[in-house]
Structure formats: C-alpha cells, structure tokens
Design a protein around this ligand. Structure first.
Ligand code: PAF
Length: 280
C-alpha cells in the first residue's frame, strides 16, 4: 500500500492508474479507523479496482469548543490496518496541504436547507465543513465511486445533494452501520466514553428500536413517540439533542409514509453520539 501526503504525488499516482484504465474508489475518513471504516474499505473493493482511503481530521467541520484538538489521531495504526485489508493508497495530507490559505479567506461549498435540521441545527457550520472537504477530496482523487457510512445519515444525504447539484461525476455508495454486540453504533468518538458512560451508550440504539417497534405496531403519533424517546433517554442520564422520525430524504413524515428513518443525537457526559434506524 502506498502512503502519500502531498497532492502532487497523489495526482501523479492516480494519473498512472487512470492511464492503465483502473477504476477508483474513495473512502474518506478522519482516521482512528474501526471495524465500520474497514467494512467501508472492503465494500469499496467490490466497486473499483483501486481503493484510496483518505485520513484527514478536517478542522472546518468542528465548531468552537468541539473536539477537534482531542480527536484521536492514530495514523500509524490506521496505516497498518489499511495495509492488512488491502487498501491500495492511503492519502494522509497535512493540514497545510489541504488548507494552504487562512480558512476564513477560502472558498467553501454549502448545501442549503437539508443542513439546517437535525445535526445541522445543533452544529452550525458543520456540514459546510464536510461538503467543502469532501468536494476538495472529490476534485483531488476524481474517484468513480465514493463510500460513506450510514451512521452519518444526514451527512450522506447532504453529500448526495452536493454531488447532484454540482454534477460531480462520482457515484455515492452507502454502507450499513456496524454495531457492537450491545447495539452501540461504532464511532471513533466511542473511545471518549468512560466505563459508566459506555454502559449507558446502547440506550440510544434501544430508544430507536423501541420507536421503530411502536411504528411497526401501528403507532401513528410521531410527535408523542419522539417526546417519549427524549424522556426515556433523559431519565436514564443521557442528554438527548434530538429524536426525529422523518422520510428517508429527511423531509417531514406523516404517519402513513414509508419508508422512514428515525434519527437521534445525544450527549453522554462530554461525548456526543448519533445513530439512526430505518423503518422499512
Ligand atoms: O464522516 C467522516 O468521517 C467525515 O465527515 C468525512 C466524510 C471524512 C469528511 O471529513
């Protein structure tokens, strides 16, 4: 596996693969890879002949006071894991390679409306940071296909919208959430949890399952269901941010809409977790 830090070197290598007619998949990540990321890489293998994984902790998608500084950076471990599962190229640029100019003076990409709800309402500027860096990565790598995890469900919809609106010649593939045995969705942020917090964390998934079961069982009052789920989480020591039942394009749902997606975010101590579950 090649490990490349510079854009110039990346472009030379990718041009040579493209000249050989190789198709390219990109798996963008912020590193600290877990089984969920590795699953993305494995799926990428099925879609293209060369798999590029980027590892870049993107400052633009963190708000003031968020965890940019303490976000786990484990590049050497990541590199070994990627090599072991047969990724072809690890692109791990320095901050100055991606943002050579002051961020406040740089161009950004912003998808309106869909970024103003759910996580976007609680993390102003977050999705602007995501779409800006993903657009840059798409331009740098020019992949045929890019893979994203479904845990970040809203991110996935935002990126799909950006790809459509800006005519990126990239196919976006999503990969289902990988969970721990107790239901907790894998996330790099899980490592912030202490033992007590870790014991509470699966409640987020449990709250989603309860709501899904209620809907499947015929419950039609989504407002009441959301309120009950928020109370369920609060009463057990989590600080829920939102719990919403929406159509799969994230527009508002009425009781008879199907399929649906239930999305939730909650803090446990200082750690913010998100999760979602679909209702077929
Ligand atoms: O999902 C992530 O890890 C990040 O938001 C992404 C897509 C790599 C952009 O920095």
């Amino acid at each position: 596996m090649l490990t490349i830090q510079s854009i110039a070197e990346l472009r030379t290598q990718l041009a040579s693969w493209r000249n050989q007619g190789r198709s390219l998949a990109l798996v963008p990540t912020m590193g600290n890879l877990h089984a969920g990321h590795l699953h993305l890489v494995e799926q990428a293998r099925k879609h293209a002949e060369r798999v590029v994984v980027s590892v870049f902790v993107n400052p633009l998608q963190f708000g003031p006071g968020e965890d940019y500084d303490r976000y786990p950076r484990t590049l050497e471990e990541d590199r070994l894991q990627l090599e072991a599962i047969g990724a072809d190229l690890l692109f791990a640029p320095l901050l100055t390679e991606i943002y050579p100019f002051p961020l406040a003076e740089s161009t950004y990409v912003e998808v309106p409306v869909i970024t103003e709800i759910l996580c976007g309402a609680h993390r102003p500027g977050h999705f602007r940071g995501v779409t800006t860096v993903v657009a840059k990565l798409f331009n740098l790598v020019q992949p045929d296909v890019a893979l994203f995890g479904e845990k970040d469900y809203q991110q996935l919809q935002v990126i799909r919208k950006m790809v459509t609106d800006l005519n990126f010649p990239v196919r976006v593939e999503s990969v289902p959430i990988v969970r721990e045995a107790d239901g907790l969705a894998l996330s790099s942020r899980n490592r912030y949890l202490n033992l007590q917090e870790r014991a509470l964390a699966p409640l987020l998934y449990q709250s989603l399952c309860k709501a899904r079961d209620a809907i499947v069982g015929g419950e039609k009052d989504f407002v009441a269901l959301s309120r009950q789920a928020m109370a369920f989480l609060e009463n057990r020591g989590l600080q829920p941010e939102y719990f919403e039942i929406r159509r799969t394009d994230l527009s508002g749902a009425t009781a008879d809409d199907r399929p649906l997606v239930i999305l939730a975010a909650a803090r446990i101590g200082a750690t913010r977790l998100i999760d979602n579950l679909s209702v077929p």
